[in-house]
Write a protein that binds this ligand. Structure first.
Ligand code: AMP
Length: 283
């Protein structure tokens, strides 16, 4: 499997493939790959001749330096896992910070029509400017026909669609469903850092989301939010950062439910110093 660390080299390799009319899919990741990532890669392999998997822990999307420093980095294991799905159709792009930022590790500023001010944007300052900056650079380097993003980061998926629309980037954005452990916990690279007691507690997050979904048929968003807040207040290990029921288009918290709109519940929780997010479709 070819592993590139320089944009000029991967861009040249991609140019050669495109000259042969081959299609290119891109799966951007921060590495420490798990089966959730692999599902995106498999879908991309089904729909494209070649798949570029980028592995890059992007410093500008972290507002917490400790989280950035402790983020798992496992390139060798990642490449081994990717080899289990294809030896020769995947190119790995694992750049250095300098290859992407050329000495200026700062974000560009983006206007995502307000999507960036909700939820993750409120609680992680500058996060979506960092995401927009790095994903736009990956699009410029790889120029993929299609790019794959997980609904695990539903707000990020919405923001990338907005980025592509506003900047007229010729790529099709494809969303993929959330992959979970057998106990319901959404797969995440950060799960590997959970101490055993927190790992055992963490499925409570999805269990709560499922009950919130059941309640959505008969209860108001406010009542459900109060219930979730009480459930977490009683919990010894997990600390709720936010629970919000939002319109999937605007990502704004719902005030009065409408049958015409689609809603999702979004949650962010601290398990010790590890921040976990999840979400669920409600209707
Ligand atoms: P990350 O490495 O966490 O930045 O994730 C890279 C891509 O994989 C993003 O588009 C994520 O939304 C997606 N992803 C991460 N975890 C999951 C999961 N459990 N299920 C589906 N997609 C995921």
């Amino acid at each position: 499997m070819k592993v590139f660390s320089q944009k000029v080299l991967i861009a040249a390799a991609i140019d050669k493939l495109k000259a042969k009319q081959l299609t290119v899919g891109l799966v951007p990741t921060m590495g420490a790959l798990h089966h959730g990532h692999l599902a995106l890669v498999k879908k991309a392999l089904n729909e494209n001749d070649t798949v570029v998997v980028s592995i890059f822990v992007n410093p500008t999307q972290f507002d917490n330096n400790d989280d950035l420093v402790k983020y798992p980095r496992t390139l060798e294991g990642d490449v081994a896992l990717l080899k289990t799905v294809s030896e020769n159709k995947i190119l790995v792009y694992a750049p250095t910070v300098d290859d992407i930022y050329e000495g200026h590790t700062i974000s560009n500023k983006f206007d995502f029509d307000g999507l960036e001010f909700e939820m993750e944007g409120k609680f992680r300052t500058g996060h979506f400017d960092g995401v927009g900056t790095v994903v736009k650079r990956f699009f410029d380097i790889v120029k993929p026909h299609r790019a794959y993003f997980g609904e695990k980061d539903f707000q990020q998926l919405a923001i990338i669609k907005k980025l592509v629309e506003k900047h007229h980037i010729p790529v099709k954005i494809i969303g993929c469903p959330i992959h979970r452990e057998a106990n319901g916990l959404a797969m995440s690279s950060r799960n590997t850092r959970l101490k055993p007691e927190y790992k055992k507690a963490a499925p409570f997050i999805y269990k709560t989301l499922k009950t919130a979904k059941e309640k959505f048929g008969t209860k108001s968003a406010n009542k459900i939010t109060e219930w979730v807040e009480k459930e977490f207040a009683k919990h010894d290990l997990l600390k709720l950062e936010y629970f919000i029921i939002a319109d999937t288009k605007t990502l704004k918290p719902v005030k009065r439910k409408s049958n015409q709109k689609a809603y999702r519940a979004f949650i962010a929780v601290y398990a010790d110093d590890i921040r976990l997010i999840d979400n669920i479709a409600l209707n």
